[in-house]
Design a protein around this ligand. Structure first.
Ligand code: DAH
Length: 338
C-alpha cells in the first residue's frame, strides 16, 4: 500500500478512536513493532539504492504525520474526559444546605441553670444528693417519724422498708450537715418522686431545689431577704411576694411563699384560681431538733432552709398551663425553648 493511503487510513482510524485504549490500539497497529508503517520501513533493503533516500523521507513524513494525528487526538480525548469528570463532579453551591436538627436544653434544665446561677452568685455551693434515699434521711432526721401525718402528704415509693425514692430534696440537707461543718451555704437540685395520679398539676416525678444555710446568728429575716432577692432576680424587679405562715416538721417557724401570678399580673385568673398569687416555695428556720439530729449544736448555730419547685418556677414564668408538657418531650413544645 502506498504511504499516502496508509497515512489516510491511520488518520481515519485515529479520528474514530473513542477513548485512549482504542487510540493506543491504533498506534500499535501502525507504529508498533509489527505496525504497518514499521513493517514498511523494513522493505528498504529490497529497493534500489538510489530510491532509498526518497523512500526513507516519505516514510519519516508518514510516521510523523501519524504521530501528530495521534498526539492531537490524545489531547482531544483527554480534554473530553476532563470535561466529563468536571461535569460529573459539579456542585451547585447555590443549593440550600441540609439542615440537621440540633437539640437544645430542656426548659426545666434551663430554669434550673438560671436558678442555680442566681444562688451561686450569692455564694451558695451546689450539692447533689441521691434519688434513692434512706427513710432515715428523707423522713426521720427531718423530724418526720413514722405515723407522722406529714408522711401522708408525701405518698412514697418504697424500695425496701428503709430505702425509698426521695419525696423531696430536703434529705440533701441532712447529708450536707452530716458530712460538713458550718458555715454551710448550699443548694441541692434534683428529681423527686411521689405516688400521684398524673394530671395538669401533678406528676409522680418532678423537680425541686433545696436551699440551706447554717451559720451563727441566722434569723428569719436573713431567709426573707435572701428569698426576696432571689425571686426578684428570677421573676423581675416588680414581682410581689407574700410570706404566709406554714407548717413543716423540719422548720420552725415555717412559711409558704407566693408570688404575683405572671398570667394575670395579680388580678386573678384561672391559673391562680382567682387569688392573683401563686405558691412557689416552702421555707423556714431550721428546727433545732433537725440540727441536733445532724450533729450540729443548736446552741451555737442556727439556719434557714427552703424548698422550691422547679416545675412551678417554669410553668409560672412561661405561662405553661399543663405540667405534663414538661415530661412528654413533644418536640413541638420543646422547640419553643431553644
Ligand atoms: N420539702 C418540702 C416539700 O417538699 C419543701 C420545703 C419546705 C423544704 C420548707 C424546706 C423547707 O427546706 O424549709 O414540700
Amino acid at each position: 500500500m502506498a504511504h499516502e493511503e496508509l497515512v489516510a487510513e491511520a488518520r481515519q482510524r485515529i479520528q474514530e478512536a473513542e477513548d485512549s485504549a482504542q487510540l493506543d490500539a491504533v498506534r500499535v497497529a501502525f507504529l508498533g513493532k509489527k505496525g504497518q508503517i514499521t513493517l514498511l520501513s523494513r522493505q528498504i533493503g529490497s529497493i534500489p539504492q538510489e530510491e532509498r533516500p526518497a523512500f526513507g523521507q516519505e516514510l519519516n513524513a508518514a510516521r510523523e504525520s501519524v504521530q501528530q494525528a495521534l498526539d492531537e487526538r490524545r489531547r482531544q480525548l483527554e480534554q473530553a474526559e476532563e470535561q466529563a469528570r468536571l461535569e460529573a463532579e459539579k456542585i451547585d453551591v447555590t443549593l440550600p444546605g441540609t439542615v440537621s436538627a440540633a437539640g437544645g436544653l430542656h426548659p426545666l434544665t434551663q430554669v434550673y441553670h438560671e436558678v442555680r446561677d442566681i444562688f451561686v452568685s450569692m455564694g451558695f455551693d451546689v450539692f447533689h444528693g441521691p434519688e434513692v434515699e434512706l427513710d432515715e434521711y428523707n423522713f426521720e432526721k427531718l423530724n418526720i417519724p413514722k405515723e407522722h401525718p406529714a408522711r401522708d402528704a408525701q405518698d412514697t415509693f418504697y424500695i425496701t422498708d428503709d430505702v425509698l425514692l426521695r419525696t423531696h430534696t430536703s434529705p440533701a440537707q441532712v447529708r450536707a450537715m452530716l458530712n460538713g461543718e458550718p458555715p454551710l451555704r448550699l443548694i441541692a437540685p434534683g428529681r423527686v418522686y411521689r405516688v400521684d395520679e398524673v394530671d395538669a398539676t401533678h406528676s409522680p416525678v418532678f423537680m425541686q431545689l433545696e436551699g440551706l444555710i447554717v451559720d451563727k446568728k441566722i434569723r428569719f429575716s436573713d431567709l426573707k431577704g435572701t428569698l426576696n432577692a432571689f425571686l426578684r432576680r428570677y421573676y423581675g424587679p416588680d414581682v410581689k411576694t407574700k410570706f404566709r405562715p406554714g407548717f413543716f416538721p423540719f422548720t420552725e417557724p415555717s412559711a409558704e411563699v407566693d408570688v404575683t401570678c405572671t398570667r394575670c399580673g395579680g388580678k386573678g385568673c384561672s391559673a391562680c384560681k382567682g387569688a392573683g398569687m401563686i405558691e412557689v416555695l416552702g421555707c423556714g428556720v431550721v428546727n433545732p431538733v433537725v440540727l441536733e439530729n445532724c450533729g450540729i449544736d443548736p446552741a451555737e448555730y442556727s439556719g434557714f432552709a427552703f424548698g422550691l419547685g422547679i416545675d412551678r418556677l417554669a410553668t409560672t414564668k412561661y405561662g405553661i398551663s399543663d405540667i405534663r408538657l414538661l415530661y412528654e418531650n413533644d418536640a413541638r413544645f420543646l422547640e419553643q425553648f431553644s
